[in-house]
Design a protein around this ligand. Structure first.
Ligand code: ACO
Length: 316
């Protein structure tokens, strides 16, 4: 058996807090609708002087510092994102320069939308097995406010900006993530066109089919990870589900029959931050003392693609 453990996390959220009441000034909505349908009360947006790159750098520095890992010890750096500052250079390449990672560090961005961070963890686990240096820097980073259609009340109330970072270590004898990744290609119910598409460059989502997909995918993916690991739900200390909608999480909790206290989230003050959602929550749980050394978190992401991804992450 070989795999990765989580050494430390970091996070960076922009300074501008946007409440439901703020959004009610620009679209026909209200705090009651948003909070009861989604669980969201506020989210953060990048303000002037803040960017995807600046948030990535702050979160990565914090994660490295808390892990006691030096930049030159990192072998793999992956940024999961669908909203990088540049299509090229990748956000991971900018981190290489700013952090002073060695030039032979494997650096690239990965787009699996809201499943991206868990996709990236699994990718890091595979790459680190072959890398000369066994520490990986994995980020989930989004500035979704840049691709949000502020004339569409069905989507603009959902999204927020932020970055979560994790430092992992690969070792022989460490447990595998037992990752389960999947995809069901669909560009109709959820998409964010690129700059050369003939569709406008905003996130489009038909909420109901995506909701139905999510409430099926999350419990299925969680069970598949545990079955691969030969473990049961009782062996999991925390369930860290993508924060897309509190109602999706409540459905998953009920369907799996797990203790809701093991599944608390942060959607209330983050909104849906896509790839950043799982690492931001991991960081909040760890800094809040709710997830500790030796404990296991079952992380599940789902979303655009349509994709899903689950992994069992143990804290060193
Ligand atoms: N304020 C007030 N009313 C609204 C708003 C709003 N912000 N948005 C929609 N409504 C109205 C609709 O117009 C509709 O009105 P009608 O009945 O008169 O036609 C009514 O509310 C119900 O709309 P629905 O879309 O059916 O609302 P629903 O309960 O499905 O909630 C939501 C919408 C929150 C988007 C939900 O469907 C959802 O969470 N879907 C899944 C999201 C998700 O998991 N995404 C995956 C990740 S995203 C990524 O990958 C980037």
């Amino acid at each position: 058996m070989s795999g990765i453990k989580l050494l430390g996390t970091g996070s960076a959220v922009p300074s501008k807090v946007v409440t439901n009441d703020d959004l009610a000034k620009i679209v026909d909505t209200n705090d009651e609708w948003i909070s009861t349908r989604t669980g969201i009360r506020s989210r953060r947006y990048c303000a002037e002087g803040e960017s995807h790159t600046s948030l990535c750098l702050a979160a990565a520095r914090q994660a490295l510092e808390r892990s006691g890992v030096k930049p030159e010890e990192v072998g793999v750096c992956i940024v999961a994102t669908l909203t990088p500052d540049y299509l090229t250079p990748a956000a991971a390449c900018l981190l290489q320069r700013e952090l002073g990672l060695s030039e032979d560090t494997v650096c690239f961005d990965l787009n699996a939308a809201c499943s991206g961070f868990v996709y990236a963890l699994h990718t890091a686990e595979c790459l680190l097995a072959a890398a000369p240096r066994k520490y990986g820097l994995v980020l989930g980073a989004e500035v979704l406010s840049r691709i949000t259609d502020f004339s569409d009340r069905g989507t603009c109330v959902l999204f927020g900006d932020g970055v979560g970072a994790a430092v992992v270590e690969w070792r022989a004898g460490y447990p595998s993530l037992h990752a389960v990744l999947g995809c069901r290609g669909n560009d109709e119910v959820l998409y964010a066109p690129g700059v050369h598409s003939d569709r406008p460059s905003y996130i489009h989502m038909d909420g109901q089919p995506v909701f139905r997909f999510a409430v099926e995918a999350v419990p299925r993916c969680a069970r598949e990870v545990l079955s691969k690991a030969g473990l049961g739900l009782e062996d999991v200390d925390r369930f860290v589900f993508h924060q897309a909608n509190q109602r999706i999480i409540d459905f998953a909790v009920k369907k799996l029959g797990i203790d809701p206290a093991k599944c608390t989230g942060n959607i209330e003050h983050t909104g849906n931050t896509s790839a950043a959602s799982v690492p931001l929550l991991l960081d909040e749980l760890i800094t809040g003392g709710e997830l500790r050394s030796g404990q296991r978190a079952l992380c599940v992401g789902f979303g655009g693609g349509l994709t899903w991804a689950g992994a069992l992450l143990e804290l060193a």
